[in-house]
Design a protein around this ligand. Structure first.
Ligand code: IMP
Length: 194
């Protein structure tokens, strides 16, 4: 099996790229589109949270880049935490079982908690985390996700702040990986595979 990142000619990513066929445009969202969207989300969040000293909880590892860009645009006091959950084995399919690999070190009780996700796919991971946090009695609990793949949803998830809706394709880049690769791509790309 070869791994090929579809790419727009001229981009020349510095990754292991084996072109077995003609390149097709495969960047789903460019870095400029991502930046515009992160700005929009920051503006929406900024309407709702000043004065609340929210706790932003990012899900590792995929949300780290989004979190870093987002919080630099939020001009009010807040705290950042990360939680490490695992639901995927290697590759694309969710195992359906979510485990807390590393939990929170901050009290959630009474806090305004905003979960920062990279992608909601089946919804299993996010639903698990929202339930996990809700049990800890936050003052409020909301979800911000950069991307949403509604076509694969298995459990309902209410999204309060949404960046992009994506088609049923595996995406990588801007923090999103496949088997730990491709997180460092600055654009969100689809993987051409198999
Ligand atoms: P869910 O539990 O199926 O909603 O998946 C949530 C997690 O699976 C995300 O936080 C990602 O880590 C991973 N994931 C799901 N779809 C993709 C994708 O298209 N690209 C990269 N990671 C994905």
């Amino acid at each position: 099996m070869s791994t090929v990142i579809d790419r727009v000619s001229g981009r020349g990513y510095n990754h292991r790229v084996e072109m077995k066929s003609e390149p097709k445009p495969g960047i789903l969202f460019t870095r400029q589109e991502i930046e515009t969207t992160v700005r929009r989300l920051a503006a929406e969040i900024s309407q709702d949270y000043p004065g609340k000293h929210p706790l932003l909880v990012g899900i590792l590892k995929g949300s780290f880049m989004f979190m870093a860009d987002l919080i630099r645009l939020l001009d009010f006091p807040l705290e950042v935490e990360f939680i490490n959950l695992s639901s995927y084995g290697r590759g694309r399919e969710s195992s359906g079982r979510v485990k807390v690999v590393q939990g929170l070190r901050t009290q959630v009780k009474g806090r305004h908690v905003l979960v920062i996700e990279d992608i909601v796919d089946t919804g299993l991971t996010t639903a698990f985390l929202l339930d996990y946090l809700r049990k800890r009695k936050p003052a409020s609990l909301r979800l911000c996700t950069l991307t949403d793949k509604p076509s694969r949803r298995q459990v309902p998830v209410a999204i309060d702040y949404l960046g992009f809706t994506v088609p049923d394709k595996f995406i990588v880049g801007y923090g999103l990986d496949r088997d730990e690769e491709f997180r460092n791509l600055p654009d969100i790309c689809t993987l051409k595979d198999e």
